[in-house]
Design a protein around this ligand. Structure first.
Ligand SMILES: *Cc1c(COP(=O)(O)O)cnc(C)c1O
Length: 465
């Protein structure tokens, strides 16, 4: 097929059109006597040339574009030129400028809810970790990732874990939560939050969320406190920080521990402080659809050295750090691998860019739905600087599931909000009265933000609502 894309600079425009006719891609690449790539002509270029008195039998040397887009083998995957507007066929050349392949840019027609962005140093670091043979849970990348991630959050310590759920479990155990203790948490969250409480043999107490922020309601926390209450898990749901001043105030009054579930809120701030650094322990997830990823993975951050030490021991089979194979407590294997940490390090080093990109895409949804009366976007509230995990909005005056179907028809994968925990049989007995969460969940839609949405698709967005 390659030969249908290449002609010599001495050949005629007629020969160029014949090649284009065969390759059906509307373009030919032009080489010199040494077979080096020197120019490009599209069918449009030839048309314009002929309309301005060009001759069909004249050689393409006179009209070819000498300034063109190309890729080399090493830039093939991640080059921004590969997605340059209007360029659909790109030659790939070797060090001698010989054309070795053709890259066809796929026109995007479906936008899935999440795609991990791995286009920085992820592969490079992963490769280095792999070649170092430190592929298990020790290695330079683990230490560096823990340091750089906790520094970013503004916490003194970072304990990486195999996933976000065991980060929550570790946090509960380190805070001494166990049998007979009650842990207050919000109704609107992913089930891992409540499951971790069961893993710790404690009793969840599920409370309602605020109607404006969709995060746990401080008054309902207060109302749910009993002598057995030991901790609160607050969830910065869909990137929205909880009302941390009031929550910390309640925790102080009743001597309760606060765990921040930050699985959906890397980089969000409350009164200028990053979420995760405000409570006793902040727990993060690096699942593939989260803001930054390690494939599977998680992290606990804390400012308290004794919690850091407890979590490190529990993460590593409960082994005494000063006496190998001596166990004082029953622990777990909750360690992250050096390979995961390598990916995570590349991710945390460019988190600002990732967050910015997500924000821009949310902004484009807001812009195109500005005049729609059936949409309420997740709010930007005073003192809370939310981040965009997935774009999040409520549908009003229209059936949510119908909107989801219409979105699918235009190529956007929307996702319904989490079901309220209190709707599910296994969690219902632990829930107090939750009204707001049910209303929010029923009408909520998440939209993808990991990839720029085509303008043509955005134009159709409004009709879905
Ligand atoms: C994703 C998520 C978790 C769990 O993280 P995993 O890494 O998948 O175990 C916990 N809490 C919330 C709110 C989440 O969104």
């Amino acid at each position: 097929m390659l030969e249908n894309f290449i002609i010599n600079q001495n050949e005629s425009h007629f020969a160029a059109l014949s090649a284009i006719n065969k390759n059906e891609k509307g373009i030919v690449f032009i080489v010199n006597e040494e077979q080096k790539l020197v120019g490009v002509l599209s069918d449009g270029d030839i048309r314009r040339y002929l309309l301005t008195d060009g001759k069909l039998e004249q050689s393409v040397f006179v009209s070819m574009n000498r300034d063109f887009v190309y890729l080399t083998n090493s830039t093939k995957l991640d080059s921004p030129v590969a997605s340059k507007e209007g360029v659909n066929v790109i030659p790939i050349i070797d060090n001698n400028n010989y054309i070795v392949d053709i890259h066809l840019v796929q026109k995007q027609s479906f936008f899935p809810i999440a795609i991990p962005d791995l286009q920085g140093n992820e592969l490079k670091y992963l490769n280095e970790a792999f070649l170092s043979t430190w592929i298990s849970s020790r290695g330079l990348y683990i230490d560096t990732f823990e340091t750089e991630f906790s520094n970013y959050i503004g916490s003194s310590f970072g304990v990486s874990t195999s996933n976000g759920t065991c980060a929550l479990h570790l946090a509960l155990l380190a805070l001494g939560v166990g049998q007979g203790d009650e842990v207050i948490l919000p109704d609107l969250t992913f089930a891992a939050t409540v499951n971790a409480v069961f893993h710790a043999n404690a009793t969840p107490v599920i409370v309602d969320v605020e109607s404006d922020s969709w995060t746990i309601m401080p008054e309902d926390i207060r109302a749910a406190i009993t002598p057995k209450t030991k901790a609160i898990i607050v969830v910065h749901v869909y990137g929205q920080p909880c009302n941390m001043d009031e929550i910390m105030q309640i925790a102080q009054e009743y001597n309760l521990s606060v765990i921040e579930d930050c699985a959906e809120a890397h980089g969000a701030t409350y009164k200028g402080k990053l979420v995760g650094s405000i409570g006793d322990i902040g727990c993060f997830s690096f699942f593939a659809n989260k803001i930054i990823t390690t494939g599977e993975g998680g992290m606990c951050v804390t400012n308290r050295p004794e919690l850091d030490e407890k979590m490190r021991i529990l993460r590593d089979h409960g082994m005494n750090p000063n006496k190998r194979y001596w166990h004082d407590v029953i622990g777990f294997n909750y360690r992250m691998t050096n390979l995961q940490a390598a990916i995570g390090l590349a991710q945390i080093r460019r988190i600002d860019k990732i967050l910015n990109q997500r924000q821009l895409i949310e902004d484009s949804y807001r812009l195109h739905l500005k005049s729609s009366e059936n949409v309420v976007f997740q709010q930007n509230l005073k003192n809370r600087n939310k981040v965009v995990w997935l774009a999040a909005l409520l549908v009003t005056n229209k059936n949510r599931d119908k909107v989801l179907r219409e979105l699918k028809d235009i190529g956007i994968e929307g996702r319904p909000f989490f079901y309220p925990l209190s709707d599910m049989k296994i969690y219902k007995p632990f829930a107090r009265k939750c009204i707001n969460s049910k209303a929010i969940s029923k009408n909520g839609i998440n939209l993808p933000v990991s990839q720029k949405i085509d303008e043509s698709v955005l134009q159709k967005l409004k009709d879905c609502f």
